[in-house]
Design a protein around this ligand. Sequence first.
Ligand code: ATP
Length: 278
Amino acid sequence: MIQIRQLTKTYGAKRALDGFDLSLTTGVTGLLGPNGAGKTTLLRCLATTLAPDAGTVNAFGLDPADRAQRTALRRRLGYLPQNPGAYPHFTAFDLVDYVAILKELTDREHRHAEVRRVLAEVNLTQQARTKVRKLSGGMRQRLALAQALLGEPDLLILDEPTVGLDPEQRMIFRALISRLGESRTVVLSTHQTEDVAALCERVVVMRAGRAVFDGTPGGLAAVADGRVWLSQAAPATSTLFWRTADGRYRTLGERPAAAEATAPGVEDGYLTLLGEAA
Ligand SMILES: Nc1ncnc2c1ncn2[C@@H]1O[C@H](COP(=O)(O)OP(=O)(O)OP(=O)(O)O)[C@@H](O)[C@H]1O
């Protein structure tokens, strides 16, 4: 169980987190929000790489503000940062092995077995001896996930894990994250509403350092109930529409003339919530 209470973080005049509250249990929770909403700041506080100005994090009964408890918590979490720095001249194996050493896996035989296990989890066994600089972007992202899986953490913190992946890689990632969420707490940030719809049982929408929605993807889609329309002619009153494959126009916002309602998706709900719909 993870409890975040009244978390506040300010950079200069910018308040990145503004009294943020969140409780997390087992399963996959997605964080959505526009650029600068505070997602990365929140995840860094949770990953203990950034200290908040005020408020508390309590994860598995451990308080990261206390040095000894912070170390204990770090042993129980895996973190995929937004821009994982990869050492280009390391092999995939050596890179994960290096992180495993930092994670205090001191017994060489046990550590190497663990490195092989996490590389297999992300389907990179064949690339273990390949230099990082020769891996594709998707493979590097999987490698970054592999290091986060070392030691079977109870809490996985993934900052935009599917960014830059092609559709096949994204599906592989989704399957993996979904499986991990069966037995542990996974929190991920993303700009991909499709990932949230497909993967997350819970979605939190952030804006200006606060949560403005906390519920299911279906609940977020329902925010746009009665706001999504299909019409034969291009709507005259809206700018937020496009022509669909069947030649009709799909609009989010006010009802265009002679339009019929259609079911909203997570993206429609998200845009409506943030007031970006026409
Ligand atoms: N180290 C820093 N110094 C100054 N300002 C920062 C720093 N890190 C973040 N900020 C600011 O804090 C706010 C929240 O940033 P954060 O990276 O947490 O948002 P985000 O929701 O993750 O955004 P994105 O979707 O673009 O990754 C932004 O206005 C950002 O410019």
